[in-house]
Every structure is written in C-alpha cells, then in structure tokens.
Design a binder for this molecule. Structure first.
Ligand code: NAD
Length: 425
C-alpha cells in the first residue's frame, strides 16, 4: 500500500485500485482482525490478462487486451461485470473486482467478487466486430468462467446481447446450454424479470431510505444524474416516479437542465431513438462539467469512477450523493464531503440492486423456474432495505460514515467465512 501522504506531495493522483485498497485499510483499521488474515482477503486471488486477435470487417487483424480478475471466492463464485472501454486496464479491473467482493458481502448474497474488461472503443466497432471480440474473450476464459466458479454480467458498454454471446460461446464449448454462466441475459434465454432495471431501481431504494433518515421529503427534493446509461437512466426514472424533481442530467455527449424538472419517461423514449440526451426538446442544454456542482438535494454519479476528487469535492452542493457508479468519489474527496456534511451512500451499498437480482437470475436458472417481476422486486427491496438499515446502524454506533460502516460489515462477513472454512494447506 503506497503512503498516501508521501504520494500526495506529487501531482500524480492515486490509482483506482489504490483508492479501493485505501478504503479497505481504513475500515480494517477499525476492526480487531489478524493482520495476515486481512492481507489474505484484501488482494485479488487471481488476475488474468489475455491477448485477443479479432478479424475486423475490412479484413485486417486487430489485437485487443482482455482482463478477468477474481478478487475473492471465499463466500462463493466470483461475480462481476465486464466493461468495454478505452481506459480499461488491470488496475481498474482489480479495483472493480475488489468492490464486488465487498458489495456481495454487504447485501449478504453467496458470491465473491470478480470483474472483467476489454480495452477497446465499442463506439468505433460494428456489431459483427463486437460479437467476434466477445466470443474470443469468452473462449479465452472458458476454463475460468462457470456457474460455480466465476459469473460475468454487463457493465459499461456491455448489455444483454453481450451476455447472450458469452452464454452461447460457453455453451457451445460445453456441448450443452449453460444459462447460469452469466447474468443480465435476455429474458428468453434465462434472464430474470427486473434485472434490467435492478441497479437503478436499487439506487433509488437507498436514496428513499436516506431521505427518510434525514427527514427530507422526496416531493420537495431535486436531483442531478451524471450518466444516462443503464444505471443513470433507470435511477432518474425511479427518482421521477418517487416525486423527486430531476433538474439536471447528462451523458458523455452533453447535458440538460430544466428547473421545473425533466420528464424522464419522455427523455428515455428520446434516448432510445437518438442514442444521446442532447437535443431533447423538454430542457435547455447544460455543460456536462457543471452537473456535479448543480444546486440540488441529491446527486447521482452514474458514469465512471474518480469523478469527485479533492479538486472539486468542495464545489458539490448536494446534501446526498448516491453512488450509482462504482468508485465515483475518491478517498480524498470523501474527507471534504464529510466535513461539508454531505451524506454519501457508498457504491457497495447504493448500486447493489444489480448484483442482488443477478443472484436471483442465477438461482432461477439453476432451479429452472422463473419468478414474477413482483417477486423479484419485493425480494430485492427487502435485501436492500435490510442492508441499508444494518449499515446505518453500524455507522451511528461507531460514529463513522456509511462507506466505512459498509466496509466494516463486509470485511467482518468475509472474515467469518474464512475462519470457519480455514486455510487449505
Ligand atoms: P452504461 O454504458 O450503460 O452507461 C454509462 C453512461 O455514462 C452513458 O450514458 C455514458 O454516455 C455516460 N458517461 C460516460 N462517461 C461520461 C462522462 N465522462 N461524463 C458524463 N457521462 C459519461 O453503463 P452502466 O451499466 O450504466 O454503468 C455505469 C456505472 O454504474 C459504472 O460505474 C458501472 O460500473 C456501475 N454499475 C453498473 C451496474 C449495472 O448493472 N450495469 C451495476 C453496478 C454498478
């Protein structure tokens, strides 16, 4: 672990993985746990890098680099999404895999943590090229993936179609259909009702609980949402349905604002057709750099990590930050936000609705019997509200923020299992 004080005197920001490790260290420091045991659960169990040659549509070959990290399999199979983005590297995937371990433990589902990714720019690739890349990636990890070992899901720039290709590639090699090897699949091939909306809907369940705790009225509250993909658009929709006025939204191409509130149902229809929020007639254009500093009650960063840092945290005016994205707030920013009494709902709690319903999808695939959307939503609601209440209780008892409390709960759950299982030797 690098010395943050020493590194702070340099201008190089700490990496995403170092941020994740720092969060772990802070919480572990509050618990009375054997140092060697903490080292065992802190670092990734296995990190694999593969080279992926792909024939492009023009007949040329291009090389891509793919990653899969299994951070922990102590509580169950590694579980976590696959990201396609030009910034994907081992550091980022390791951080995201570690957060998955703690997220699954916070909501107490029987999974460890994993994550994968490919360094690529999907906006510049055709559907056929993406299919070939995905299948080559899935084939490279045939021995790694499996319903009892490592179960991928969608993340940034991957979706139900990507999961269908992975499921099919794995199934062809296994000579039988194995639906439970991935989650986030289309309904007709073993997907779960409610999975598409689960992450964004779960974000708003935690916001609703936070509003209750802070005695704020949703109908008198305003919100800004950064990112309008799977998580951001559905979080915005559920905030809108809760009666919150969503006054600011943006995606990577541009932003929108309307002080009277944006009609999110209409905006989602617009984005389906135009693939971006820009140009929506029901709001004025907004510079995306200004969204994080909007004068709103609730801020939902739902794009990428490291958005709120020591450089801009003081400019945040929201009373609640709901981390739809993974790692949008750096540890240095956390200190500033805490001083300014901003209530941060940490990613490992806030966006855990997605992995919770992924767990339900895996259960349904394995028993071959599918639940109604009401059953899925009711079970997710129960798991998330119980997790929120449990984390809040620890936070109040120990006078720590919610991130620290969530990590404390998660670390204790993983440690308990290691102690019971023992170390195989
Ligand atoms: P997505 O690809 O569906 O959407 C990402 C959105 O962010 C897009 O609208 C994109 O335009 C926007 N964006 C990208 N860079 C931006 C920038 N610099 N400024 C503003 N907007 C930007 O991805 P997603 O699945 O919604 O994931 C978003 C975040 O949520 C990620 O951090 C991901 O790890 C996390 N997450 C996703 C899930 C899930 O189930 N999909 C679950 C838990 C956490």
């Amino acid at each position: 672990m690098p010395n943050r004080k020493r590194l702070k005197s340099y201008t190089i920001p700490l990496s995403t993985f170092e941020n994740a490790m720092h969060q772990f260290d802070q919480a572990a420091g509050k618990l009375n746990i054997d140092k060697g045991l903490l080292e065992f659960i802190k670092y990734p169990k296995r990190s694999i890098i593969v080279k992926l040659p792909v024939r492009m549509d023009d007949g040329t070959f291009e090389m891509f680099t793919g990653y899969r990290v299994q951070h922990s399999t102590v509580r169950g199979p590694a579980k976590g999404g696959i990201r396609y983005h030009p910034n994907v590297d081992l550091d980022e995937v390791q951080a995201l895999a570690a957060w998955m371990t703690w997220k699954c433990a916070v909501v107490n589902i029987p999974f460890g943590g994993g994550k994968g990714g490919i360094c690529c720019d999907p906006s510049k690739m055709s559907t056929n090229e993406l299919e070939r890349l995905t299948r080559r990636y899935a084939a490279s990890f045939y021995d790694t993936f499996g319903p009892e070992t490592d179960i991928p899901a969608p993340d940034v720039n991957t979706n139900e179609q990507t999961m269908a290709w992975i499921m099919d590639t794995y199934s062809m090699r296994s000579q039988r259909t194995v639906t439970s090897v991935v989650t986030g699949k289309p309904l007709c091939i073993g997907g779960s009702r409610g999975r598409h909306d689960a992450t964004g809907a779960g974000v708003v369940i935690t916001v609703r609980e936070a509003l209750k705790h802070l005695k704020m009225n949703p109908e008198k509250s305003t919100a800004a949402v950064q990112g309008f993909g799977n998580v951001g658009s559905i979080a915005a929709l559920h905030l809108f349905r809760l009666g919150v006025k969503v006054t600011h939204v943006c995606d990577v191409f541009g932003g929108l604002t309307n002080s009277k509130g944006i009609d999110i149902e209409a905006l989602i229809k617009y984005v389906k057709e135009h693939k971006k929020v820009v140009g929506f007639p029901g709001a004025k254009p907004l510079d995306i750099k200004k969204l994080l500093y909007a004068k709103v009650d609730i801020l939902v960063p739902a794009a990428l990590e490291n958005q709120i840092t020591e450089k801009n945290a003081a400019r945040v005016k929201a009373k609640i930050i709901a981390e739809g994205a993974n790692g949008p707030v750096t540890p240095e920013a956390d200190v500033i936000l805490k001083k300014n009494k901003v209530f941060v709902i940490p990613d490992i709690l806030c966006n855990a609705g997605g992995v919770t319903v992924s767990y339900f999808e895996w259960v349904q695939d394995r028993i071959g019997y599918f639940w109604t959307e009401e059953e899925v939503n009711e079970r997710m609601e129960r798991i998330l509200t119980e997790a929120f209440d449990g984390v809040l209780k620890i936070a109040l008892e120990n006078k720590v923020d919610l991130r620290m409390a969530a990590f404390m709960v998660a670390i204790q759950r993983v440690v308990e299992v290691v102690q019971l299982r023992g170390i195989y030797a």
